[in-house]
Structures are given as C-alpha cells and as structure tokens.
Ligand binder design. Structure first.
Ligand code: NDP
Length: 252
C-alpha cells in the first residue's frame, strides 16, 4: 500500500474497537505514526502489537475522553514524543437509544459526556497542535465522527441524534474558523456499521429494531469507514471534504 501519510502523526479516539480500531490500522498502513486512545488498555495493547507486527508505529494511551485532564495529558505526551499531532480522528462515542419516557437520564448524560464533551475535550487539547502543524508543514486534519442520526429521524434516538447533530454543526463551524489557518475539518456521517456500538444498548425494543435491520441488509464494515478516513487525509492540502455521508448501499 502506498505510504501517502508517511511523516504524519495521527491521534485516534475510540480506537479500542470498531471504526477507530480499523482506522488506526489503516492510517498506519498508509504510513502515519498512530496514537490510539480509549479506556480499554488491553484492547489498545493488542492493536499496537498488530500494527507493529505489520511494520507500523503506534503508541497506546489509556484515556477517558470525558475527563478533560486525561485528554490534555495525552496531548502533552503526543507533543513530547512526536512533536505534536497533525491528524485527529475524533471518533469515540456511545449510542444508547430508548423511549424518552424511560427517563434514562444516566444514559442521556453518558451520551452527552462522551459524544459532545469528550469530542470537545479532544478538540481543545489537540487543535493547537493541528494549527502548529498546518503552519509548519502545510497540512493538518480534524475528522469528527458524526452519524446519519445528525439529520435523519429515528424514534428512540433523540439524545444520540442530538449529540451527532452537534458534531456535524460544530464541525462545519470549526471548519470556517480553522480552515483559514490551514486545518481541514470534516464530519463523517456513517449509516449502519457492524461494530460493538449496539452491545451497550439496554432497551429491548431498540435492540430488536437494530437486529431486524441487521438481518435485512448488508451493513458497512469498520474497514469501509476507515478507508474513507484515509481518503480524506490523503487529499492535497487545499482540498477539504467538509461532510461525507457513507451508507450501506441497501440502507434507505
Ligand atoms: P464501538 O463501540 O465499536 O467503538 C466505540 C469506541 O469509543 C470504543 O473504542 C470505546 O472504547 C470508545 N469510547 C467510548 N466511550 C469512551 C470514553 N468515555 N473515553 C474514551 N473512549 C471511549 O462503536 P463504533 O466503532 O461503531 O463507534 C465509533 C463512532 O462511530 C461513534 O462515535 C459512533 O457514534 C459512530 N457511529 C457508528 C455507527 C455504527 O453503525 N456503528 C453509525 C454512525 C456513527 P473504550 O470502551 O475502550 O473506552
């Protein structure tokens, strides 16, 4: 595979499974040094071992994105070890659909803490490095994982969809702010991707609905989305795909 990202330093949040894990492997295959962040240190260690076995370079940092101090400590480590990141794939997230009458305020809060506060903690900690890299080397990427839930309407997904609408809109706003400084900003909006995301859903009806859709069509794989992330980062520095929706062909 051509090493189009040679010399680049990519930080990936939510890298212990699913889309983030696949993206870390793909970006490493494209030549980037990757720093993988999530809470499950054992899964990150396995990922780093796989990347290194394939000739790549990777560092794992155990981080809870909802904890601003822990994200800042990771950013400080990336600055010390690599001279800063020039790509942030801001991808950690949780999806906990349920009828609103269930009043699962604990789950609403987890979605808000991870998908909104966590996303912004990473933006705050890493954007100074992205700006510095764009000015010094002419390229930097902030790629945020949103969802088709940002614009489509699905019953029981009110808070999750709201957090993803935040991701898409904030990405566009940040692009207007950071583009002038040479940092590309993209929102990736996937449809259904086969990952561990559904494993945390506690509402039986939501699980039944997801299982039904799962059986009725071929979902995207995490690798499909990972290739898109590699594509965005491989464009010439003056080309910024602002918002990309990636869907299973058969999903309506
Ligand atoms: P997974 O559940 O497989 O991956 C989620 C990742 O987020 C894990 O690595 C998890 O790691 C990490 N994470 C969750 N909470 C935290 C936290 N507090 N701090 C640090 N890391 C955290 O699901 P996906 O790969 O599908 O999800 C990735 C992104 O894609 C999410 O933002 C999701 O909303 C989005 N998405 C997914 C779709 C799908 O159909 N799968 C569709 C559209 C969007 P750990 O638990 O080890 O911390």
């Amino acid at each position: 595979m051509s090493k189009v990202l040679e010399g680049r330093v990519a930080v990936i949040t939510g890298a212990s499974s699913g889309i983030g894990e696949a993206a870390a492997e793909h970006l490493a295959e494209l030549g980037a040094q990757v720093v993988v962040l999530a809470r499950r240190a054992d899964r990150l260690a396995e990922l780093v071992a796989r990347i290194e076995k394939n000739g790549g370079q990777a560092l794992a940092l155990s981080v809870d994105v909802a904890d601003a101090a822990s994200v800042q400590a990771a950013a400080d480590r990336v600055a010390a070890d690599f001279g800063g990141a020039d790509l942030l794939f801001n991808n950690a997230g949780v999806m906990l659909p349920a009828p609103v009458e269930q009043q699962r305020s604990d789950q609403w809060q987890r979605e808000i803490d991870t998908n909104i506060t966590g996303l912004m903690n990473a933006v705050g900690a890493f954007v100074p490095q992205l700006v510095a890299s764009a000015q010094a080397r002419g390229v930097a990427d902030l790629i945020n994982t949103s969802s088709i839930g940002a614009k489509n309407i699905y019953p029981n997904f009110a808070v999750y969809a709201g957090t993803k609408a935040f991701v898409t809109h904030t990405s566009r706003t940040l692009r207007a702010e950071l583009g002038a400084k040479g940092v590309r900003v993209s929102a990736v909006e996937p449809g259904l991707v086969r990952t561990e995301l559904q494993d945390h859903v506690t509402d039986a009806a939501s699980n039944e609905w997801l299982d039904g859709v799962k059986d009725s069509l071929e979902w995207l794989t995490a690798e499909d989305v990972a290739r898109l992330v590699g594509f965005l980062a491989s464009q010439p520095p003056h080309v910024n795909l602002e918002q990309v929706t990636i869907m299973p062909t058969a999903q309506g």
